[in-house]
Design a protein around this ligand. Sequence first.
Ligand code: P5A
Length: 444
Amino acid sequence: MRLSRYFLPVLKETPSEAQIASHRLMLRAGMIKQSSAGIYSWLPMGFKVLRKLENIVHEEQVRAGHIPMLMPTLQSADLWRESGRYDAYGPEMLRIRDRQDRDLLYGPTNEELITDIFRSHVGSYRDLPLTLYHVQWKFRDEIRPRFGVMRGREFLMKDGYNFDLTKEDALHAYNRHLVSYLRTYERMSLQAIPMRAESGPIGGDNTHEFLVLAETGESGVFYDSEITDLRFGDREIDYDSVEQCADILEEFTSRYARTDDMHDQAAFEAQVPEDRRREARGIEVGQIFYFGTKYSEPMGATVQGPDGKPVPVHMGSHGIGVSRLIGAIIEASHDDKGIIWPEGVTPFHAGIVNLKQGDSEADAACEALYAALTALGLEPLYDDRDERAGGKFATMDLIGLPWRITVGPRGLKNGVVELTSRRTGESEELPPEQAVERLAKIYL
Ligand code: P5A
């Protein structure tokens, strides 16, 4: 992409309404624009990152054996009356009436809708286990939408639902989700720690939240510091292996790690040596639930069991806050100049800065770099505007691409360009072909 032809409306001034770094930087980097409280337009660069995160989520879901689909944003109130949640959900639910006077709602979550699909089409235990998921916009009329996409009213969620014959099978689905989520967050360069939490309006008594530690996080957390040393890494996983998934759950959750609503000071002190006890704040980027027959029973989602008798299925649901993740990643990775994208989620792989636009050699070298990177399947962002070098560097620092190639007449006389890491600020002079090779090695 050539910056002169892109739509990247960066702001010079720091917007006064933004209280935390990620919100400030997303506005300044031209990623989002608020349309009303807690509701945002995703401008091209913000949209690009959102799509990248969504793709990672899809890849890891499919790897775990879960099946993608798409349900609508608007749902019938009648389904929610069946589960009893239409009244229980309260003012967070956006209720809508259509021209026939039928009650609809903008879905805050999809347990009822998926249970209805299941009961309409699945009749036998032989069709289990089954896990369906989608990535779809949700609406929750939060009392205090704030921090940009972090606590929005309209937000993008991946939500999945498992259907199993027995509690035991459903607990395997729970463990499998925990494992797939650990992998998902690590691919985004985030450390999200599973912590025991309250289940709230979704229900059930078995639930973990995934928290990214950050001072600006909205949840209070208590944990054993050893937990932060755990890494999922590139271990091979057989998602069908009950034992392997259970072992990983055990490894990542056997220490004390809880959100404040589940905190038990006496247990904390008994289980964790004093020097390892930590109290901090975290951003909740996902949550998994096992709630058994809470929805299947009242809604009649049964299958014929091996003995021919109908039994309600055991269910759980699992959510990732896809749009919130962008805020979490920026909170975890920025400096006073701007965002620092991890390579796995960056909107463009590298920036090309032409120090002397209009100089035939500099222009030709930039074009050649652009073509070489594009031919490799990488996406460069070429700042081809007729602007001062200082302004171009400031924009690149603000939007946070991990690598910058700087091209100018002086370097070209010696046959070199400059490759700079956004994270470390370190620069290296090297021939343009080597800069391309270096990026290929990093990304491909
Ligand atoms: C699990 C999937 C559920 O809704 N039902 C379907 C279950 N869980 S949850 O914890 O309530 O939400 C899942 C994740 O969505 C993100 N999230 C939000 N993101 C931005 N703004 C909001 N207002 C918001 N509310 C929830 C969180 O990451 C949460 O973990």
